[in-house]
Design a protein around this ligand. Structure first.
Ligand SMILES: [Zn+2]
Ligand SMILES: [Zn+2]
Length: 277
C-alpha cells in the first residue's frame, strides 16, 4: 500500500477529473502521509510549430493564466485546509525543451518540485512523440532530452522513464527490447544517479497498455526488462507513481499490481520522495 504519491493530475489538463482538493481528500481517506500535485504544465505555443503543438496534444494542457489564477490558488487553498492531515507538495509535470531552462525555473519558483515526463522530444529539429515515434535511431534522442533535463538540476523525478518502449521498433520493425533499449536504460539510470533524480515506476502504464490491446501483466510500461536492469544499480532512487487522472486511481488494482511487480523484482522503493528546494 502506498504511503505517498507525487504524480497527480487535475481537470485543468482536460484529460483528468477533479481538483487538488478531491485528490487530497481521497489520499487522506487512504491513509497517505504525503501527496504531491503534478498536473501537466502549461507550454507556450511559440516553443514549437503549431503542427508539433497539436500533434503532441499540448493544446489540452492548462494555460499559463490558468496556472497562476486557478492551479496555484487551488493548491494554496487545499494546503490551508488539509495540511494538518497530510503533507501536501505543489508540483507540475513538465517536459524538457533545451533552451527554455529559464521557463521551467520560473514555474518552479512557485512550487516545491517538478516531475520530468518526456511525452515528446526534439529529434532532428522536430518534436517527436514518445508514444508513437521511438525506434532504434530516435531512442537516443529521447534519452538525450531526458538526460539533458536531469542535468539541469531543475527536476526531482523522471516519470515513466521506460515510456520509450511503448511502440518501439527495432531495426527490423519489430517490437522487441534490443541492445539499443538496454543501452538507453543504462544511460537513463546512470544519469538519474549522477544527478540525484528519482526514477518512477508508473502505475498508469497498465491502463495505457490495455488501451493498446495489451492485456495481462506484460505491460508496455512499467517494463520488466527496464527495471530488471535498473535493479543492478544500488544507488538508484525509485518511487512508485499512481499518475492519477481520477481521485479513485490513487489506489486501484493497477497500482496494487504495480506495487506487487516491484516487490517481485526486488526493487528498492522509496516510500517518500525527499523534496528539498
Ligand atoms: Zn496525463
Ligand atoms: Zn502524468
Amino acid at each position: 500500500m502506498l504511503k505517498a504519491n507525487y504524480h497527480t493530475h487535475t481537470k485543468l489538463c482536460n484529460h483528468a477529473i477533479g481538483m487538488p482538493e478531491d485528490y487530497i481528500k481521497k489520499a487522506i481517506e487512504l491513509g497517505f502521509k504525503e501527496i504531491g500535485m503534478s498536473d501537466h504544465a502549461p507550454v507556450p505555443e511559440d516553443f514549437m510549430s503549431h503542427e508539433e503543438y497539436m500533434y503532441n496534444w499540448i493544446h489540452r494542457n492548462m494555460k499559463l493564466n490558468e496556472y497562476y489564477e486557478i492551479y496555484l490558488p487551488s493548491l494554496d487553498d487545499a494546503i490551508s485546509k488539509y495540511s494538518k492531515d497530510i503533507k501536501i507538495y505543489r508540483g507540475l509535470e513538465t517536459e524538457f525543451i533545451p533552451g527554455h531552462e529559464e521557463y521551467y525555473i520560473g514555474l518552479k519558483a512557485n512550487l516545491d518540485y517538478l516531475n520530468l515526463g518526456i511525452h515528446y522530444f526534439l529529434s532532428n529539429g522536430k518534436e517527436l512523440n514518445s508514444y508513437d515515434d521511438v525506434n532504434y535511431k530516435t531512442i537516443y534522442d529521447y534519452a538525450n532530452i531526458a538526460i539533458k533535463g536531469m542535468e539541469t538540476g531543475i527536476f526531482n523525478c523522471l516519470v515513466h522513464p521506460d515510456l520509450f518502449y511503448f511502440q518501439y521498433k527495432d531495426e527490423n520493425g519489430n517490437h522487441t527490447f534490443d541492445c539499443h533499449c538496454e543501452k538507453v536504460t543504462r544511460m537513463l539510470v546512470e544519469a538519474a544517479i549522477k544527478n540525484n533524480v528519482y526514477l518512477e515506476v508508473n502505475a498508469n502504464g497498465p491502463a495505457n497498455s490495455r488501451k493498446y490491446g495489451v492485456n495481462g501483466s506484460d505491460w508496455l510500461y512499467p517494463l520488466k526488462e527496464f527495471w530488471t536492469i535498473a535493479k543492478e544499480y544500488k544507488d538508484l532512487k525509485i518511487v512508485i507513481g499512481a499518475d492519477a487522472h481520477n481521485p479513485e486511481n490513487l489506489w486501484n488494482q493497477d497500482v496494487a499490481d504495480v506495487e506487487a511487480f516491484t516487490k517481485e523484482l526486488g526493487l528498492n522503493i522509496s516510500n517518500f520522495m525527499e523534496i528539498t528546494k
